[in-house]
Design a protein around this ligand. Structure first.
Ligand code: NAD
Length: 512
C-alpha cells in the first residue's frame, strides 16, 4: 500500500479476477481456470486472469479477420490518428502503468516508467510512419509501361511476448502493425498477464470512442499452449515472437512448417570490449548499468566484459568496488538499484549457472547468492555477481537470465572481436575506446556480428528509432524503428501498360 499499488490497479481497471480474452472491449468469459499473478517484489498475489481456451480463441480470430476487412482499407493516416490517440491515452496513465509493470515484473519504477515512455514514443513514430509507407517506382524496359511497388497490409498479426518487457514489446509490434493496416492478437507472457490486460483496456477504449471494430486489437492469455494456437494457425500470416531461443526455434519451425512468416527476437549474450584506449569512467558506468540493470533480465544485458590485459586489473577492482555499493530491494523504492528476478525458478537457474561455471573453472570475484530476511520474503532477490571465466565455458556460451557478469582478458583487438563473436547469439555489442581505428574495425564487416553495435555506450537501452534485433540464435528479426515496418506488410509489384500494344518483357516474340 505504501507504493499506491491498489490505486494504480483501480485506475487501470484491474480487479481481483479479470477476463483474459478479448477483442477490443468485448471480454469473453471462457469458463476456464484463472492464472494468478504474483509480484516478485513482495511475493503477494496481485490479481488473477482467466485463461483462454480453443473455443474462445476461435471467436477472437473470426472477429479479428472480420475487423481486418475494414481496417485494411482505412487510409493509413487515419489509422495513424488512432495510434496517436493510443499514445495520448498512455500518457494519461503513465505513472499507473509504469507502477504495475514494476510491481508485476520486478523492474525498478524508473524502468517501468521508461517502458511506458517507450510505448508513447513508438506511437509517435508510428503516427509519422502512417504517411510514409513508401514503395519505390522503377523504370520499365517496355515502352508505354509504368512499374511501381506498393505495400499492403498482411492480415492478422500474432504477437507472443516475453515477461521482461511486458508492455513495450507489444507496442513495438502492434502500433507499427496497426498503421500498416493489420489487426493484432497478443499472447503476453503468462508471468505478466495483468500488464497486458491493462494495455488491452487502454487500446479498447480508444477503439470504442472511434466506433472502430473490436477485433483490431485482441488479447489471449495462457502459457505456451496458447502461443501454439498462433504459431500453428495458417490464418495468421505473421507471428512476431519475443523470448528465449528455445521458444524461437519451436515457433519458427511451426510457422515455417506452414510457410508463414515469423519475426523472431530471441536471447542475447552481449559483450562489451574495453580496450586500453577506453575512457574507464564511461566504461565502468556502462558495464555496471548493462550488467545489473533490470537485475540482468534484459535481452541486451551485458553478460561478458572482454578487457584488454593492460587495464584488466583496474577495471576489475573498480567494478568490484562499484558492486559493493549496490542496494538491492523493492523495485518501487527508488533508493534501490537492483530489484528481484521474475520468480524462484529464475533464482534456481541463476544458482545453477554459478555452480556450473565455477565447476568449469570460473572464479567468483563478487559472490552471488540469494537474499533472505526482511524485504526479501518473495525469495526472488539475488546478489549480482562477477565471475572471471573463459569464453568457451559452456555456461558462458549460454544466456542465463540473471545478473551474472563474466570477465575475460584479451591481448589483441582481433582476438577480442573473435571472442565477442564467438557465442551462438548475436544481439547487442559494444566497444569502449577513444581510438578511431579500434572503433571503426569493430563496426566494420570484420567486426561485431551483432544486430546492434555501439561505441562508448553499453549494450542495453536501445532507442526506438533504430531497427532492433539480432543475428544467429537471436533470430534475425528487426522491430521498432528504421524500416522495420516492412516486416508487417506484403509487397506488391505493379506493371501498368498504357500503350497501344503488348510488348513482352525480355524482348520475347510470341506472334500467331
Ligand atoms: P520464454 O521463451 O520462456 O517465453 C516467451 C513467450 O513465448 C511467452 O509468452 C511464452 O508463453 C511463449 N512460448 C513459450 N514456448 C512457446 C511455444 N512453444 N510456442 C508458442 N509460444 C511459446 O521467454 P521469457 O522467459 O518470457 O523471456 C526471456 C527471454 O526473452 C530471454 O531469452 C530474452 O533474451 C528474450 N528476449 C528477447 C528480446 C529481443 O528483442 N531479442 C526482448 C526481450 C526478451
Amino acid at each position: 500500500e505504501k507504493y499506491g499499488i491498489s490505486d494504480a490497479l483501480k485506475v487501470l481497471g484491474i480487479s481481483a479476477e479479470n477476463n483474459g480474452t478479448s477483442t477490443g472491449d468485448n471480454w469473453i468469459d471462457t469458463g476456464e481456470s484463472f492464472l494468478s499473478s504474483f509480484s516478485p517484489a513482495d511475493g503477494q498475489l496481485i490479481a488473477k486472469v482467466q485463461l483462454t481456451n480453443k473455443e474462445a480463441y476461435e471467436k477472437v480470430i473470426k472477429e479479428a479477420q472480420g475487423s481486418f476487412e475494414s481496417w485494411r482499407v482505412t487510409p493509413a493516416p487515419q489509422r495513424g490518428e488512432i495510434v496517436r490517440q493510443v499514445g495520448n491515452a498512455l500518457r494519461e496513465v503513465k505513472s499507473e502503468l509504469g507502477k504495475l509493470v514494476s510491481y508485476e515484473m520486478g523492474k525498478s519504477y524508473q524502468e517501468g516508467l521508461g517502458e511506458v515512455q517507450e510505448m508513447i514514443d513508438i506511437c509517435d513514430f508510428a503516427v509519422g510512419l502512417s504517411r510514409q509507407l513508401y514503395g519505390l517506382t522503377m523504370h520499365s524496359e517496355r515502352p508505354g509501361h509504368r512499374m511501381y511497388e506498393q505495400w499492403h497490409p498482411i492480415g492478422v498479426v500474432g504477437i507472443i511476448s516475453a515477461f521482461n518487457f511486458p508492455v513495450a514489446v507489444w507496442s513495438w509490434n502492434s502500433m507499427i502493425a496497426m498503421v500498416c493496416g493489420n489487426v493484432c492478437v497478443w499472447k503476453p507472457s503468462e508471468k505478466t498477464p495483468l500488464s497486458a490486460v491493462a494495455c488491452q483496456k487502454i487500446i479498447a477504449k480508444v477503439l470504442k470512442e472511434n466506433n472502430l471494430p473490436e477485433g483490431i486489437s485482441s488479447l489471449i492469455v495462457g502459457d505456451y499452449k496458447v502461443g501454439e494456437y498462433l504459431s500453428h494457425d495458417s490464418r495468421i500470416p505473421l507471428v512476431s515472437a519475443t523470448g528465449s531461443t528455445r521458444m524461437g526455434k519451436l515457433v519458427g519451425q511451426a510457422v515455417g512448417g506452414r510457410l508463414g512468416r515469423s519475426l523472431l527476437e530471441l536471447g542475447g549474450n552481449n559483450a562489451i570490449i574495453i580496450t586500453e584506449n577506453a575512457d574507464l569512467e564511461i566504461a565502468i558506468r556502462g558495464a555496471l548499468f548493462g550488467a545489473v540493470g533490470t537485475a540482468g533480465q534484459r535481452c541486451t544485458t551485458t553478460r561478458r566484459l572482454i578487457i584488454h590485459e593492460s587495464v584488466y586489473e583496474e577495471v576489475k577492482s573498480r567494478l568490484v568496488s562499484a558492486y559493493g555499493k549496490l542496494v538491492i530491494g523493492n523495485p518501487l523504492d527508488e533508493k534501490n538499484h537492483v530489484g528481484p528476478l521474475i520468480d524462484t525458478e529464475a533464482v534456481d537457474m541463476y544458482l545453477d549457472a554459478i555452480k556450473k561455471v565455477t565447476e568449469e573453472g570460473g572464479k567468483e570475484l563478487v559472490s552471488g547468492g540469494v537474499l533472505t530476511g526482511e524485504g526479501y520474503e518473495s525469495g526472488c532477490y539475488v546478489k549480482p555477481c562477477i565471475i572471471e571465466a573463459e569464453n568457451n565455458y559452456l555456461m558462458v556460451q549460454h544466456e542465463t537470465f540473471a545478473p551474472i557478469l563474466y570477465l575475460m582478458k584479451y591481448a589483441s583487438l582481433e582476438d577480442a572481436i573473435a571472442m565477442q563473436n564467438g557465442v551462438p547469439q548475436g544481439l547487442s555489442s559494444s566497444i569502449m575506446t577513444l581510438n578511431m581505428r579500434e572503433a571503426e574495425l569493430f563496426l566494420s564487416a570484420a567486426g561485431s556480428d551483432c544486430g546492434i553495435a555501439n561505441v562508448n555506450i553499453g549494450t542495453s537501452g536501445a532507442e526506438i528509432g533504430g531497427a532492433f534485433g539480432g543475428e544467429k540464435e537471436t533470430g534475425g528479426g528487426r522491430e521498432s524503428g528504421s524500416d522495420s515496418w516492412k516486416a508487417y506488410m506484403r509487397r506488391q509489384t505493379n506493371t501498368i501498360n498504357y500503350s497501344n500494344s503488348l510488348p513482352l518483357a525480355q524482348g520475347i516474340k510470341f506472334d500467331i
